[in-house]
Design a protein. Structure first.
Length: 194
């Protein structure tokens, strides 16, 4: 009797798994054209889309782009990108000014053209460091957790604007030395020139 009940549970579990697998939306095989997010259509590989690409003509897309595709090098891992239309407002404060009241006075230059700034204890950003490029971080800035992270591949957060798009980036702190090549790759993909 117990063996029959366990067998029935096993069959039901396998049926549920099969139904879930069959009900998932199919991934497109070729490139996906995103038509309304940017001034010009953007063509991206279907494999990069985190969610099904059927809703690509909405106001947001979520991507997982291999670093090797962005930089043309053999870097492992993915950059998670959320692209939305940039708000039509005046330019925001530079990251250095936006976070100034939370930062310590210490500034450490790094070989890859970044400046590391630490957040003070007791601030909302305690346990993170701020990395700035070119002085105040107008071109690139990233906040990265300093301790163990539940998602090490997404422990850094950066927000950049490319043309009419606002991009929210998540990546591993190990990829900070490749920030310039990664940003150049995003500019090639999403820039206003075809």
């Amino acid at each position: 009797m117990l063996g029959g009940a366990l067998g029935l549970l096993g069959v039901l579990a396998l049926t549920g798994l099969a139904a879930t697998w069959l009900a998932r939306p199919p991934k497109p095989a070729g490139p996906v054209v995103v038509g309304t997010l940017a001034p010009r259509p953007v063509v991206l590989p279907a494999a990069w889309f985190v969610r099904p690409a059927a809703g690509t003509d909405g106001g947001r897309i979520d991507l997982a782009i291999p670093w090797s595709e962005l930089t043309g090098s053999a870097l492992p891992g993915l950059m998670r990108v959320t692209a939305t239309r940039a708000p039509e407002t005046e330019a925001p404060l530079s990251p250095a000014r936006r976070y100034a009241r939370f930062l310590t006075a210490e500034a450490q230059p790094l070989p890859e053209g970044l400046m590391r700034r630490r957040f003070r204890a007791g601030t909302p950003f305690e346990g993170e460091d701020l990395y700035l490029a070119e002085g105040e971080g107008g071109r690139f800035a990233a906040r990265c957790t300093t301790g163990p992270s539940p998602e090490p591949e997404a422990a850094c957060l950066s927000e950049v604007r490319i043309g009419a798009l606002s991009l929210r980036l998540r990546f591993s702190p190990e990829r900070l030395p490749a920030w310039s090549a990664g940003l150049a790759g995003l500019e090639r993909l999403f820039g206003s020139e075809p």
